[in-house]
Design a protein around this ligand. Structure first.
Ligand code: NDP
Ligand code: 8X3
Length: 255
């Protein structure tokens, strides 16, 4: 049974993890959904699952392709054009080795996805978001935006860009109905660590074994809370970790 239609949310990277959980959370509430990601079959499955709750439009999109992003926005059906919430979630880490042993291709992929892709989508959607009476951008940054760890080099730097970009957008749009949040999760269980380690299930298990990590549904609940704040409130940033995680000491290397 479809509930009454709430505003439209566009989610990048809706095929897995945080993005898919957000689609379910917002969709079950009755928000209209624009779901994007590269894996079309997963988008179709999710649309099938959620169409009993809400209006759903899917679009197969690689956020790195700026022309494809523009095409996606131009092709939006009329009933999905009034986007009020943008969840810039698509992103990835590749590898966690020491910098000089890392692949330059992996570095480029992280930069092109986490930075260029997020900028492509934001630039295309800002005019629409600014036309709405109330609108929200939630950018998926990370604890790696704020803190260092060995092997984070380009991934962490790309997420630092996301956090600072979010703050700078706040400066541009202060006093307007557009709110911007940098959401900065720590250890969270999703396909993220499979992607990071090239599908290596043992490494994936090592990351999570003995911990009680955040789940995508936890992050989706936080996203919904951010979006549903009264219009005069901007949540600037949220850094969130599982209780199994905390900061480490500064590194001291002794000779
Ligand atoms: P998942 O790997 O489960 O999901 C990543 C999503 O990003 C997928 O839907 C994938 O879709 C999409 N994606 C990747 N590359 C592209 C691309 N070029 N174009 C479009 N979509 C793309 O990871 P999470 O859900 O955990 O991660 C979501 C976000 O949260 C990322 O930005 C990540 O950096 C960040 N994050 C994750 C944390 C974690 O520990 N899991 C903690 C902090 C932040 P598809 O492959 O179908 O294109
Ligand atoms: C993902 C969290 O700690 O693996 O952004 O960098 S971490």
């Amino acid at each position: 049974m479809m509930t009454s239609r709430l505003p439209t949310v566009l989610i990048t990277g809706a095929t897995s993890g945080f993005g898919r959980a957000a689609a379910r959370r917002f969709g079950e509430m009755g928000y209209a959904l624009i779901l994007t990601g590269r894996r079309q079959e997963r988008l179709a499955e999710l649309a099938d699952e959620l169409s009993q709750h809400c209006a759903v439009y899917t679009y197969s999109l690689d956020v790195r392709d700026s022309e494809a992003v523009v095409d996606m926005v131009q092709q939006l059906p009329q009933e999905f054009r009034n986007i009020e919430i943008l969840i810039n979630n698509a992103g990835l880490a590749l590898g966690a080795g020491v910098a000089h042993q890392s692949s330059l291709d992996d570095w480029h992929t992280m930069i092109n996805t986490n930075i260029t892709g997020l900028v492509n989508v934001t630039h295309s959607l800002l005019p629409i978001l600014l036309e709405q009476p109330k609108s929200t951008i939630i950018n998926l940054a990370s604890i790696a935006s704020n803190w260092c760890y060995p092997g984070a080099h380009v991934y962490g730097a790309s997420k630092a860009f996301v956090a600072q970009f979010s703050r700078n957008l706040r400066s541009d749009y202060a006093g307007t109905p557009l709110r911007i949040t940098s959401l900065e999760p720590g250890l969270s269980e999703s396909e993220f660590s499979l992607v990071r380690f090239g599908g290596d299930q043992d490494k994936y298990n090592q990351i999570y074994n003995g911990t009680n990590p955040l789940q995508p549904e936890d992050i989706a609940d936080i996203m919904l809370w951010i979006a549903e704040q009264p219009s005069h409130i901007n949540i600037n940033s949220i850094e969130v970790m599982p209780t199994s995680q905390a900061w480490d000491n500064f590194k001291v290397v002794k000779s």
